[in-house]
Design a binder for this molecule. Structure first.
Ligand code: SF4
Length: 325
């Protein structure tokens, strides 16, 4: 089956309905055995050093995966760096299909975008609707995992992150993913409870470093809300697929995202918020709005390269946890 790369979440129901396999390029970049080498290769090719590492990672990842010769690039609702990424990939012979989430969440414009995607991949609304019902079976289980994260004490913040972030493409095989998740859920009662007296929310794009959650748990704090990762699971029970991607908050403005964040912070009774911002990302500017709007202690973290937490960040996390205690 043909693989279709994606620069971020798009209506994957269309890809599966067309008999193709969606591949979230972010996931294969960050799980590469040496993701930093992919960033460096993009820099050697001419990508600037002062540019978000995710974009550079996606560039090399696409070039290295020769079975991915078509990608869907989100041209509105993600970031403008994607435009130049598309152009450099086109230069390298990759076919690029643009997809735009309308900034104002306009229903008709979003429906038109989905229609164009359906046409371009050669499927139909009926097949897409059937696929939505199929994926709903998997999404239900992920919702349960998320509920157990904040209502129980056995799902770690990292596992919550990993299962939810994987919902952007269901690892190319929704049923195999669901079965792995079922096994995880079945084993939960045998796990030791996580001892943590501080409940945290993580908001912003997923972290580029992979030891944040473990570090927090070692220090008696745990993440019970992963904002963007949860959005990848399409957490709202909505029949209309256009409305589903209109309710999905990540590609839209910060004020709309804050509605969801505020609701979940209250529901999950968090003590503090970590706002993660990627180096050289325009979303860093939104930090000033987040700080004004959220009435919670907030720590803004910045990550650059795929790596472990550096000493300075660990110290800042320690100080933040001390304040919360
Ligand atoms: S982290 Fe920011 S700059 Fe980087 S790809 Fe995502 S939106 Fe773009």
């Amino acid at each position: 089956m043909q693989k279709i790369g994606m620069t971020t979440t798009v209506p994957m129901e269309v890809i599966y309905a067309a008999g193709m396999i969606p591949v979230d390029l972010n996931n294969i970049f960050i799980t590469h055995e040496n993701p930093q080498s992919l960033v460096e290769e993009a820099e050697i090719a001419g990508y600037p050093r002062n540019l978000c590492a995710w974009i550079k990672g996606l560039y090399t990842t696409t070039l290295q995966n020769e079975d991915i010769r078509t990608i869907i690039a989100v041209t509105q609702g993600d970031c403008s760096n994607t435009h130049a990424l598309m152009e450099t990939l086109e230069m390298a012979g990759v076919k690029v299909i643009p997809f735009a989430f309308p900034f104002d969440r306009d229903y008709d414009l979003l429906k038109l975008q989905m229609e164009k995607l359906i046409e371009s991949l050669g499927t139909s609304w009926e097949a897409v609707q059937r696929t939505k019902a199929r994926l709903e079976q998997v999404r239900q289980r992920v919702k349960e995992l998320d509920r157990l994260t904040w209502q129980g004490d056995r799902v770690s913040g990292w596992d919550n992150h990993l299962f939810q972030v994987s919902c952007s493409d269901f690892e190319g095989d929704p049923e195999a993913f669901a079965s792995r998740l079922d096994t995880y859920l079945a084993e939960l009662p045998q796990r030791n409870p996580i001892k943590a007296d501080i409940r945290l929310a993580y908001i912003g794009v997923p972290p580029i470093m992979d030891d944040l959650y473990d570090y927090l748990e070692e220090r008696g704090a745990r993440v019970v809300f992963n904002e963007v990762q949860r959005q990848f699971t399409m957490p709202f029970a909505i029949d209309d697929i256009v409305e589903q991607y209109r309710t999905y908050s990540y590609p839209y403005g910060i004020f709309y995202r804050l509605e969801d964040i505020t609701r979940e912070l209250e529901r999950r009774q968090v003590d503090g918020v970590i706002h993660y911002a990627q180096s050289f990302c325009y979303r860093q500017i939104e930090d000033l709005i987040i700080r004004q709007k959220l009435k919670y202690p907030i720590l803004t973290l910045e990550g650059d390269k795929p790596n472990k937490l550096d000493a300075r960040t660990r110290m800042r996390l320690d100080a933040f946890l001390d304040i919360l205690r």
